[in-house]
Ligand binder design. Sequence first.
Ligand SMILES: Nc1ncnc2c1ncn2[C@@H]1O[C@H](COP(=O)(O)OP(=O)(O)OP(=O)(O)O)[C@@H](O)[C@H]1O
Ligand SMILES: [Mg+2]
Length: 254
Amino acid sequence: MVIAIASQKGGTGKSSTSISLAAGLAHLGKKTLLIDIDSQANSSKVLLHNYQSLKPDNTIYRTIMRPTTERAPLPIHQTLVPNLSVVPSHILLADTDIRLTTAIDHREARLKTELDQVKADYDFILIDCPPTLSWSTINALTAADKVIVTVAPGYFELDSIVQISKTIEQVHEYFNPQIELLGFLFTMSDPTITTQTSLKILRQTYTQRVLQTIIPRNTDLRDAHFNRQDIFSFNPEAKAARAYRMLISELFHL
Ligand SMILES: Nc1ncnc2c1ncn2[C@@H]1O[C@H](COP(=O)(O)OP(=O)(O)OP(=O)(O)O)[C@@H](O)[C@H]1O
Ligand SMILES: [Mg+2]
């Protein structure tokens, strides 16, 4: 199963959710691949300790920048976590939009074309998307079976759901009739009134589409990533680790 983690709003917990879900599944013995398609390369930097020495050709850059007619196998790297591999991103991917806007081949399907070659080798494949509605995001949504939209507390975050929902609908119509919303995931939750009001509005507006599991604001998650570890390796008893464990149980009954 290929799952994209998306939202075009910055800082809503996409990378943290991608890393935690991928590591959580790997810790449960599931063969997992995390694809980083955001030029900020946040999840690549946490999970691959040799990240700084990687050339663009060892990253997803080569997959996205080559025309669909040329083979560019996915550059898959094993991480220190058993069962978890990563396809890292690269800062040069920031130019993707300009380059792909003029491409005439199936520019939306470059990731999908290569992912289809290795899909059967993994139990779960997760894609960490950039905070933009770009060709990178379109590539991720075209390759995905499901999408999780992360939502952080706040007015603009709720507002941005309308836009990402439209993008998912458009990808569904033009590029990928398979794609399905797994749900909206409320992240960085705390007991403040603003946060609780955001959650209430989200649940009232999107009812069944809001996932039951809520990810709490938890500094262990930041500390884990600062130490270049996933939350389960860093502190399996952390509140965030428990929440992501519950999310895995809710989504996959594992
Ligand atoms: N549950 C949480 N509790 C506390 N801090 C969190 C939590 N989730 C994420 N963060 C922190 O919030 C910041 C943004 O999170 P993250 O990088 O996961 O978001 P993102 O949506 O991937 O951002 P971007 O849009 O820039 O890619 C990071 O510093 C991260 O460590
Ligand atoms: Mg990110």
